[in-house]
Every structure is written in C-alpha cells, then in structure tokens.
Design a binder for this molecule. Structure first.
Ligand code: NAI
Length: 289
C-alpha cells in the first residue's frame, strides 16, 4: 500500500513511522523544508531508541526509514491508496489541502484527516468525492500510543469505516469507532481535564508542578495536565479547545482560558518551543512522555 501524509510535524512524522513499520511505502510531505529535516531527525532518533532497547535491529531500522520518502511535491501522491492529513488545526487550510489533493490522487484513493476537533463532515465538504473521506485520529506520540479513533462523516460511504478499522489493526494499533462530534471521545473527555487544571492554577489553589505531581504520583495518571499540554503544544491544544467550545455552541464547560491563550499568543508552545507552563531551556528538567 502507498500512503501519503501531509504535514511532517509531531503527528505526521510519528504516523509515517507507524505506517512504514507495517511495511508500507510512505510519502511524507511538508511545505516547510525545516519541518521535513526535523521529521527525518525525529524518526531517526525514535528508531535509534528502539535499537538501543533491542526492540529492532539496525537492518530493520534501515528498512523502516527506507520506506519513508520525504517530499515537498504534491505530485508524489499520484499513486497513493490513502492520503492522511496532519497539518495545522484550521478548517480552511485543511479544506484547501484536500481541494488540491483531489486534483492529484487516484480516483480510488481514500482521504483522511488526523484532526483532533474539527468536524469531519466540514472538511469532507471541500471534496468533490466526500464519500471517500474519513477521520483517522492518532494520539501523540503515534509510535507509542495504541489507540486510533476512526470517525466516519455523514458523507462517508458505507463500509469504509470497517475497512479502515482493519487497516489500523494491520498497522499494529487499536481502532475505536467514534461519531463525528467535537473532540470525538478522548479530546472531549480531556477538555475539562485541562480546563479544570488551569482553573485551579488561576485560582491560586496549587501551582502547575503540584497539580501534575498530585495527578501522577497520587492520581495514577501517566502525565499531569500541564506536562501533557506542554507536550501536545499550546498552538495545537489551544486551537482544539477553541474549536470544541465553538462547536458545542459555546457551552461554558469547554470555555478556553486566557492563561493558555496568552501562552499561545506569546509563542510559548511548550516543549517544541522551549517554554510553556514549564521552562525547557538548558538545565531545566525535561518531563518524559
Ligand atoms: P505540528 O505543528 O507539529 O505540525 C504541522 C505541520 O504541518 C508543520 O510541519 C507545518 O509545516 C505543516 N503544514 C502546515 N500547513 C501545511 C500545508 N498547507 N501543507 C503542508 N504542510 C503544512 O502539528 P501536530 O501536532 O503534528 O498536529 C497536526 C494535526 O494533528 C492537527 O490537526 C492536530 O489537531 C492533530 N493532532 C495533534 C496531536 C498532538 O498531540 N499534537 C494529537 C492528535 C492529533
């Protein structure tokens, strides 16, 4: 199978690694050459970790990276069976990508989005053939996280969700079907988790490190809410919160916070920019996922 991925950021590069590991040819596209270089580096580092843990051999790692072709040219998607988009969480930008993609991909190519919060129906509506469109939502980091949400839109043809379920299993992941509603399953549950944590911080009840410590050491969570938001990136996380809030007709349960908005506006995106709720500069503690 030949799979195209648009966007080589945190998600696109991780998904490329997953799909290449399952033996598929992957074309990983980004419009930004630096992003492609970072993706190459992060896939290399991820495979090196697996070699160090003796989970794969060096030959196997070379085979996996050999399945990934980095590109800036949409024309490379001319032979794809599936194209999955993982670019910025912005409806109009995503719709424009699919309009361009449909001019290039084969008639039978499946189109999918990794969106965390946007309506699959609204992205699909930009397509001439929306019946081949579906949501395939991975979690970060994609090579590690098992769950993948599959979200058919109202336009999606019957049977496609089941086909994607089998495909996702063949990639070594665990699929779950979700309805096309804001945040699907996990991101909907997660909104109040982040929102309430920020409110506790804003009310001065406890600081971020204390809340994270309580949730991990005592609450049994793998990551505290602030470590997790810094890991996801406030650019991504804030946009998802805004989108879920608007999509639920401004239900106050999902209201975004000014604290996170200011981090987003300042470019303090978290780990990826070196600063978020925590500082990731030289010598600063680096929470591990
Ligand atoms: P990111 O910011 O790390 O990467 C996005 C990449 O897309 C960048 O490299 C950028 O250069 C590229 N890009 C932007 N516009 C483009 C275009 N028109 N054509 C080609 N490339 C373009 O973002 P991340 O975190 O990988 O998120 C991507 C998508 O995945 C978003 O929809 C997000 O909601 C979703 N997602 C994010 C998760 C996370 O924890 N970060 C988890 C699951 C889904």
């Amino acid at each position: 199978m030949i799979v195209g991925i648009v966007g080589s950021g945190a998600m696109g590069s991780g998904i490329a690694q997953v799909i290449a590991t399952a033996g598929n040819q992957v074309y990983l596209l980004d419009t930004n050459a630096d992003a492609l270089a970072r993706a190459k580096q992060s896939i290399k580092a991820s495979l090196e970790k697996l070699i160090a843990k003796e989970k794969i051999s060096a030959d196997r790692a070379a085979e996996i990276s050999g399945n990934i072709n980095l590109t800036q040219e949409y024309q490379q998607f001319g032979k794809c069976d599936l194209v999955l988009e993982a670019i910025v969480e912005d409806l109009e930008v995503k719709q424009q990508v699919f309009r361009e993609l449909e001019l290039i991909v084969p008639a039978g190519c499946i189109l999918a989005s990794n969106t965390s919060s946007l309506s699959i129906a609204s992205i699909a509506s930009a397509c001439k053939k929306p019946e081949r469109f579906i949501g395939i939502h991975f979690f970060n980091p994609a090579p590690i996280m098992q769950l993948v949400e599959i979200i058919p839109a109202v336009q999606t043809r019957e049977g496609l969700a089941e086909e994607i379920k089998e495909l996702v299993k063949s990639w070594g992941k665990v699929p779950v079907l979700a309805k096309d509603t804001p945040g699907f399953i996990v991101n909907r549950v997660a909104r109040p988790f982040y929102g309430e944590a920020i409110r506790i911080l804003e009310e001065g009840i406890a600081d971020a490190a204390t809340i994270d410590w309580a949730m991990t050491a005592l609450g049994g969570f793998r990551m505290g809410p602030f470590t997790l938001m810094d890991f996801i990136g406030h650019d991504v996380n804030y946009r998802v919160t805004e989108s879920v809030f608007a999509s639920f007709f401004y239900d106050p349960r999902y209201k975004p916070s000014f604290t996170q908005k200011r981090l987003f506006e300042a470019g303090y995106y978290g780990r990826k920019s070196g600063r978020g709720f925590y500082n990731y500069g030289d010598g600063a503690p680096q929470p591990e996922p």
